[in-house]
Design a protein around this ligand. Structure first.
Ligand code: ZN
Ligand code: ZN
Length: 234
């Protein structure tokens, strides 16, 4: 009998509709992942407090509408070809980034101004609402990031493998997750599917039915592995 197959998902993907620093549209993103045989992707554009394309001076619901455009375009294509596309976002606070899963675009439309909460209040609020926080590339160092900030009691999991970070930054992230007993995740952080596409993500035993399902597997430590293979991610 053949081994049951594992499902491949990228959990950290940007589109140019939502993220100022991204080069590929939602449609282009979905085409590229489908061509590579992925089972699904989670679109995580930069939230309004990050490198967002969305103007600040519009009504909240209009902002959410613009924010979700890349996700919707990707999902439209994904639905046609049978690849799953889910919605999440990447919250930013002074250069530190927090992937937010398990709450959908309707929840976001109903919760104006959460982008203005100070970081710790944001993390508490999201988790109280049933959302799950993954600290993205916690050891990223760059000119626009004033400090590395670790909040082990305030996040649910740590991204230990990011397709666009240096090995040493990923190694430190894994050390962080391991030393605090935090669950781990992996994702590409792709911004451009034409140049430098990173094949990075998680392997799952089951097909997802949404980001709350994904978050549950992360918290229950049921992620089966990551790609590219990393020692200790299984
Ligand atoms: Zn970006
Ligand atoms: Zn990102």
């Amino acid at each position: 009998m053949s081994e049951p197959r594992l499902y491949r998902y990228d959990t950290h993907v940007h589109t140019s509709e939502g993220s100022k620093c991204a080069k590929s549209s939602g449609r282009e993103v979905a085409e590229a992942y489908h061509a590579r045989g992925y089972d699904g992707i989670i679109i995580t554009d930069h939230f309004f407090n990050g490198n967002s394309t969305v103007p600040r001076d519009l009504p909240w619901r209009e902002r959410v509408e613009l924010f979700t455009a890349g996700y919707r375009a990707a999902k439209e294509y994904g639905d046609k070809v049978g690849m799953q596309v889910f919605f999440a976002w990447e919250d930013s606070s002074e250069g530190n980034d927090f992937l937010t899963y398990g709450l959908d675009e309707n929840w976001l439309a109903d919760h104006p101004f959460i982008d203005r909460l100070p970081l710790v209040d944001y993390l508490k609020y999201i988790r109280a609402e049933g959302g799950t926080i993954v600290h993205a590339h916690p050891f990223r160092q760059d000119y626009y990031i004033p400090m590395i900030r670790l909040l082990p009691d305030r996040v649910d999991a740590v991204e230990i493998l990011n397709g666009h970070r240096k090995d040493e930054e990923n190694r430190r992230a894994k050390w962080y997750a391991d030393s605090y007993g935090l669950p781990w995740t992996a994702g590409s952080d792709n911004h451009d599917v034409m140049n430098g596409f990173a094949e990075t993500g998680v392997l799952l035993d089951e097909r997802l039915n949404g980001t709350a399902h994904y978050a549950r597997l992360v918290l229950e430590r049921k992620i089966r592995g990551c790609f590219p293979h990393l020692e200790g991610c299984s």
